[in-house]
Write a protein that binds this ligand. Structure first.
Ligand SMILES: [Ca+2]
Ligand SMILES: [Ca+2]
Length: 249
């Protein structure tokens, strides 16, 4: 009885698995403040700079969606429900490859107060330095829509130097805050893994200002649609079994 050689099987398995494991869809969002609207006071808020680089998620894509949060001309506050698509002509979020339209949208559902632009420090400062936030120890909630209800998602919740808790359903993570220029899990970003959207493809995240009890801050977001290796792997193993049988005959 002749078995396929180990190198041969290894090559086959690699060929079968590689396309599946590298197929994660990643969507990046850089939050900042729109200073172009008449009536807003841009004092201390320079024009935002869109980040262009990799985030904490494992991904080669460097394209980020530019969510310039609009403030009301009176009071300069964030209107509940403001969404990326709503202020960008109905366009949904583009994937990190800069080409693929994800069909996703992100809405500032409730609790957000204002947005702020830091100076242009370059590098990750272009992502961390501009942000949207709640105040007065209030929770803020944002909602993702257009997700696939049969898939799971990992969310990289990037904030900066505030101490907040991110919550989605039964999952929560604390990001203790840092002005570090490098990404540190549990410090300047928090990761919520394996989240499942509802049947309509919606997924909400609460930003709780605890433990700082001040501002509920988010500066950026990475949405990773987790590939489903199980079905493809089973198919691959079935193919391999067939191949093995053919070689034996
Ligand atoms: Ca930015
Ligand atoms: Ca930002």
């Amino acid at each position: 009885m002749k078995h396929p050689s180990k190198p041969f099987m290894s090559v086959v398995l690699t060929a079968l698995l590689a396309p599946t494991l590298s197929a994660a869809l990643v969507v990046n969002v850089d939050f900042s403040r729109d200073t172009s609207i008449s009536g807003q006071n841009p004092g201390g808020n320079p024009a935002p700079t869109l980040y262009s680089g990799t985030g904490p998620a494992t991904d080669a894509g460097t394209s980020w969606n530019d969510f310039q949060v609009q403030l009301s001309t009176t009071g300069q506050t964030v209107a509940a429900g403001q969404s990326f698509s709503g202020i960008n002509g109905g366009n949904t979020l583009i994937a990190s490859d800069g080409v693929t339209d994800s069909g996703f949208n992100v809405a500032l559902t409730s609790g957000f107060f204002r947005a702020f632009n830091g100076g242009t420090s370059g590098g990750t400062g272009d992502l961390l330095g501009d942000r949207v936030f709640s105040n007065g120890n209030n929770n803020a909630i944002f909602t993702l829509s257009g997700l696939n209800s049969t898939k799971t998602y990992d969310l990289y919740l990037i904030q900066g130097n505030y101490d907040v808790t991110f919550i989605s359903g039964a999952n929560s993570v604390v990001a203790t805050g840092s002005s570090s220029a490098t990404f540190e899990s549990g410090v300047n970003f928090g990761l919520l893994s394996g989240l499942t959207p509802d049947a309509s493809g919606n997924l909400s995240v609460t930003i709780d200002p605890t433990p700082d009890n001040q501002f509920g801050v988010i500066a950026g977001l990475q949405i990773v649609e987790v590939p489903e290796p199980s079905a493809a792997v089973l198919l691959g193993l079935a193919s391999l079994a067939g191949l093995t049988r053919r070689r034996r005959s």
